[in-house]
Design a protein around this ligand. Structure first.
Ligand code: BG6
Ligand code: MG
Length: 215
C-alpha cells in the first residue's frame, strides 16, 4: 500500500514565484518607516501571516504603532503586493509546478493547498491551477497560523486523509514546523541548512517527483 494519500502544498515559493514579491512589498513599506530590511530577513517572514510579519518588522526597527495604525500599514503592504501580482498568469508558475500537481493526481492522491495567504484563491485562478487542487484550507478558518499545525491539519481534514498519510511541501521554516507538528512528512523546497526540520529537501519544486515517495 502506498504510504501517502494526499500531498498538501504551500503556494508562495512552492508553486508560485511570489515569495520574493511578498518580501519586496514588505521592504518597500519598511523603507517608508525608516526600517532597513536586510535580505536575510526574508527567511524570517516566509510562511508568516500578514499581521505577524508586520509585527516582526516593527519590532526589528524598534517602532511602535497602535492597533489601528498597524491595520493601515498591513493594508498598504497588501496593496503593494496585489498591484505586483495583478498580471500573474500561468507563465508565472514555478517550473515543474503544474507537472507535479498532475503527477500527484495521476498517482491517485489528493491535492490540497495550505497557504497562509488570503490572496491564494484568486492567485490560483490567475495561475490556472485551481482545477488541479482538491481543497483549499482557509487561513481565516483556523485558530493559529503557521508554525502551528492547524492549517495543514485543516487541509488534511478537507480532503479526508489522516495526517499520518499526508506529505506536506513547504519553502518556509514556519511551514515545515507546521507540517511536523501536524504529524506529517515534510518536504522542504530550498536550502537544507535553513529547513533543518524537513524530512527531505529539494532545491526547487521541479526536483519533486511523487514517485520518489510512493515506493
Ligand atoms: C505566505 C507568505 O504564503 O502568506 C507570507 O509566505 C505572507 O510572506 C503570508 O505574509 C500571508 O499572505 P497574505 O497574502 O495574506 O498577506
Ligand atoms: Mg511559502
Amino acid at each position: 500500500m502506498p504510504r501517502f494519500d494526499a500531498v498538501l502544498f504551500d503556494l508562495d515559493g512552492v508553486l508560485a514565484d511570489t515569495a520574493h514579491i511578498h518580501f519586496a512589498a514588505w521592504r518597500r513599506l519598511a523603507e517608508e518607516l525608516g526600517i532597513p530590511l536586510e535580505p536575510r530577513f526574508e527567511d524570517r517572514l516566509k510562511g508568516v501571516d500578514r499581521m505577524t510579519s508586520l509585527d516582526l518588522i516593527l519590532a526589528h526597527g524598534n517602532v511602535e504603532r497602535t492597533v489601528e495604525e498597524r491595520r493601515v500599514l498591513a493594508d498598504r503592504k497588501n496593496g503593494y503586493y496585489q498591484a505586483a501580482i495583478a498580471e500573474q498568469s500561468p507563465d508565472d508558475l514555478l517550473p515543474g509546478a503544474r507537472r507535479v500537481l498532475e503527477e500527484v493526481r495521476a498517482a491517485g492522491l489528493k491535492t490540497a493547498l495550505a497557504s497562509a495567504s488570503h490572496n491564494a484563491p484568486p492567485l490560483l485562478d490567475q495561475l490556472g491551477i485551481r482545477p488541479l487542487i482538491d481543497a483549499i484550507a482557509n487561513p481565516a478558518a483556523v485558530k493559529a497560523p503557521k508554525p502551528a499545525p492547524d492549517l495543514f491539519l485543516e487541509a488534511a481534514r478537507l480532503v479526508g486523509v489522516a495526517p499520518g498519510r499526508c506529505l506536506g511541501v513547504e519553502d518556509a521554516v514556519a511551514g515545515i514546523t507546521s507540517i511536523k507538528e501536524a504529524g506529517m512528512v515534510a518536504v522542504g523546497i530550498g536550502d537544507p541548512t535553513i529547513l533543518t526540520r524537513a524530512d527531505h529537501v529539494v532545491p526547487a519544486i521541479a526536483d519533486f517527483h511523487i514517485g520518489d515517495y510512493l515506493g
